[in-house]
Design a protein around this ligand. Structure first.
Ligand SMILES: Cc1cc2nc3c(=O)[nH]c(=O)nc-3n(C[C@H](O)[C@H](O)[C@H](O)COP(=O)(O)O)c2cc1C
Length: 365
């Protein structure tokens, strides 16, 4: 399997399975001299940790990280940073009854057909726990973005049909859905509980806003900023849609409605009068806020009886009794934010050598 690394300059490799001994990430290409502690990473990991409310899986994991390499006296050394999280609360026997069955909507069938062998315990590599490595990478990227004055803010826009009516970021951390609208969070809870009573699951939409990006970040033509963001997002399990700015809505607008007209500000900078583009033009940041959304499907593992087949081809009815989130969205918020931070940092580093003038300045020539 060769798809475990993301990025060219800031390279994040995730490793480990849901029910193996541990999971983690190796980050190569992180500049030296960045202050980094286990607490910096833990803060982000705690946002995706399971077992924190009745709308997340009951699996209890401390998800404590250990930095194994690449940091000395609180600073990155420029060498590969390796970070590990040990698995603790493994109930492998929960999966015994589905060991030979393909869960509808999950990756069991395709993993088995591709490799002829699969770790059925919790989905192995296709488990949501793989995202621990992404969050580790994101937490490290965050340290650098912070120094560059770039902020990334991510929240839940909707759960099923319940959409936020306002965006008060202070309210985001006060409810288990990470919704910046406390009233919508109350309605979302009811919506999820109804699905849970019916042994079912729900999906939702996550929105991400990036501020402080310099102009011109993104590498035409295959590593455009929006192209790389969409790949980063669609690589997260259960993410099924990506849109930036007006997104799909742009197809319904006229050019005169969708174009962002230019003016010159008092301090002689070119500014856009609107932001239908979502902060990206021609695959490069245009200096305005970057705004994108992802859609997350309902959790595939549900306890309703479903029709499926076994590895030997026989048809069966299955019920899934393991511990699963009735909705993935709240725990995916920090994963989306992490992948966004990894993507923009990778492109910021690549952009640093886009002009001969910058290279000469770097080498003092
Ligand atoms: C943070 C996170 C947690 C997840 N938790 C679960 C879960 O508890 N049960 C489940 O069936 N799928 C869960 N998933 C989704 C599966 O990993 C995903 O649906 C599966 O790998 C198949 O990939 P696909 O949906 O992209 O086709 C989770 C995904 C993420 C990102």
């Amino acid at each position: 399997m060769s798809g475990s690394t993301f990025g060219r300059q800031f390279r994040v490799t995730t490793w480990g399975e849901s029910h193996g001994k541990a999971l983690g990430a190796v980050i190569d290409g992180c500049p030296a001299g960045v202050s980094l502690s286990e607490e910096d990473i833990q803060r982000y990991l705690d946002l995706r940790r399971p077992g924190q409310s009745d709308i997340t899986t009951a699996r209890k994991e401390a998800d404590q990280c250990e930095i194994l390499s690449g940091v000395f006296e609180g600073k990155t050394t420029g060498t590969p940073i390796s970070v590990m999280v040990r698995n603790a609360d493994q109930h492998s026997k929960d999966y015994a009854d589905i060991a030979k069955a393909f869960r509808p909507g999950h990756a069991d069938y395709t993993f088995f057909e591709k490799y002829g062998i699969r770790d059925y315990r919790g989905g192995g590599r296709s488990s949501g726990r793989e995202t621990i490595g992404r969050v580790i990478g994101g937490a490290i990227a965050a340290r650098i973005l912070d120094e560059l004055g770039i902020s990334v803010c991510t929240y839940t826009k909707s759960i099923g049909t319940v959409e936020i009516q306002r965006c008060d970021l202070a309210e985001r951390h006060l409810n288990p859905f990470y919704m910046p609208d406390a009233d919508a969070a109350v309605a979302a809870k009811e919506y999820v509980h109804k699905a849970m009573e019916e042994k079912d699951s729900v999906g939702g939409v996550i929105e991400c806003r990036i501020n402080g990006m310099p102009i011109g970040v993104g590498e035409p033509v295959f590593d455009k900023l929006d192209a790389n963001l969409s790949k980063a997002m669609l690589s997260i399990g259960a993410v099924k849609g990506f849109e930036i700015g007006e997104g799909f809505q742009a197809s319904l607008l006229r050019g005169s409605e969708n174009n962002d007209m230019f003016r010159v500000s008092e301090d002689r900078k070119v500014v856009k009068m609107t932001n239908h583009s979502g902060g990206v033009l021609g695959g490069m940041s245009d200096g305005s806020e970057i705004v994108f959304r992802v859609s997350v499907k309902p959790t595939p593992s549900i306890s309703q009886t479903q029709k499926t087949v076994l590895e030997d081809g026989s048809e069966v009815d299955m019920e899934i009794h393991g511990r699963h989130d009735p909705v993935i969205v709240p725990r995916a918020v920090v994963v989306v934010e992490s992948m966004a931070m990894i993507t923009i940092l990778d492109l910021l580093l690549q952009n640093a050598v886009s002009r001969i003038g910058q290279i000469k300045k770097l080498y003092d020539r």
